[in-house]
Design a protein around this ligand. Structure first.
Ligand SMILES: NC(=O)c1ccc[n+]([C@@H]2O[C@H](COP(=O)([O-])OP(=O)(O)OC[C@H]3O[C@@H](n4cnc5c(N)ncnc54)[C@H](OP(=O)(O)O)[C@@H]3O)[C@@H](O)[C@H]2O)c1
Length: 261
């Protein structure tokens, strides 16, 4: 019961990693707020949760929706102990083919939506004298990858923002945990955007072989509990972070041979 009675708000909880996180936090005694756009899916998730669980539908790109959600959460629980910024959307298109509107949509969901909610929750945490914010970025937040230009850019941007928060909030007893998963078997490729904004609608081969969302969520809980600053979760794909850092030429060689999916 590592999170007994902690108020934990998870975005993107209707599917994949967010859904698995909701189940694991509930098992560890947390009281939940679960958010995403699809209320029916959130209802399905809630039915599998025994602990207190408040559904707040929310479109992370809509400022009014974010403000309303925060008001409802604070009115219900009076505080948020942990915000898990997990909502996100991916891409399956070459940079040159990707329409500007798609680049912007991915940045709106993954970056601007995430930082907007974070900046609205933070003053409440600072007033309470404590709090923790986790953000699910990606290994692709550490290096570029074919067919993911906007996605990789949005995740790199999150690193810039949240690393800065780690420094700026040092004296406020607010902890920031940046979590970079590799390939996890979820619906992310189904929901990813093509160059024209249509939905990719397929399970990638790599995704299919990825770690399960449950295993990923279990590891995430431990990293959050330990208040780690930055963590990589996955299989051999994690090695790429270190190869890029220490052997940049080798990294370039490997990435340029990857069959893009
Ligand atoms: N799976 C992987 O291999 C992998 C690897 C690295 C990082 N990640 C990151 O992990 C996070 C979760 O992804 P996943 O793999 O679990 O994919 P997923 O199954 O597609 O889940 C994405 C979640 O984000 C929500 N969402 C999307 N747009 C939203 C919006 N505008 N407002 C609110 N919620 C929104 C979706 O819910 P609704 O549709 O109901 O809104 C859904 O719950 C993402 O940030 C992703 O980038 C995934």
């Amino acid at each position: 019961m590592r999170f007994l009675d902690k108020i934990v708000w998870i975005t993107g909880a209707s599917s994949g990693i967010g859904e698995a996180l909701a189940y694991q936090f509930a098992k560890e005694g947390a009281k939940l707020v679960i958010s995403s756009r699809r209320e029916k899916e959130l209802q399905r998730v809630k039915e599998n949760i025994i602990s207190e669980c408040l559904i707040i539908p929310l479109d992370i790109t809509d400022n009014l929706s974010v403000e309303n959600a925060l008001n409802i959460a604070i009115k219900h629980y009076e505080k948020i102990d942990l915000l898990v910024n997990n909502a996100g959307i991916s891409q399956r298109a070459l940079a040159l083919d990707t329409q500007e509107v798609v680049d912007r949509k991915i940045m709106e969901v993954n970056y601007f939506g995430t930082i907007n909610l974070t900046k609205k929750v933070l003053p409440h945490m600072i007033k309470n004298g404590s709090g923790q914010i986790a953000v699910i970025t990606s290994l692709v937040g550490k290096f570029g990858f074919p067919l993911r230009s906007a996605y990789a850019a949005s995740k790199h941007a999150l690193h810039g923002f949240f690393e800065t928060l780690q420094i700026e909030l040092k004296t406020n007893h607010i902890y920031i945990t940046i979590i970079c998963p590799g390939r996890i078997k979820t619906n992310i490729s189904f929901n990813a955007l093509n160059e024209d904004g249509s939905v990719y609608g397929k399970m990638d081969e790599g995704q299919d072989k990825g770690m399960s969302a449950d295993d990923c969520a279990e590891k995430i809980l431990t990293c959050i509990y330990k208040k780690q600053r930055e963590v990589y979760i996955g299989g051999f794909d994690i090695l790429m972070v270190y190869i890029k850092r220490y052997f940049p030429l080798l990294f370039h060689l490997i990435v340029s041979r990857i069959k893009p999916t």
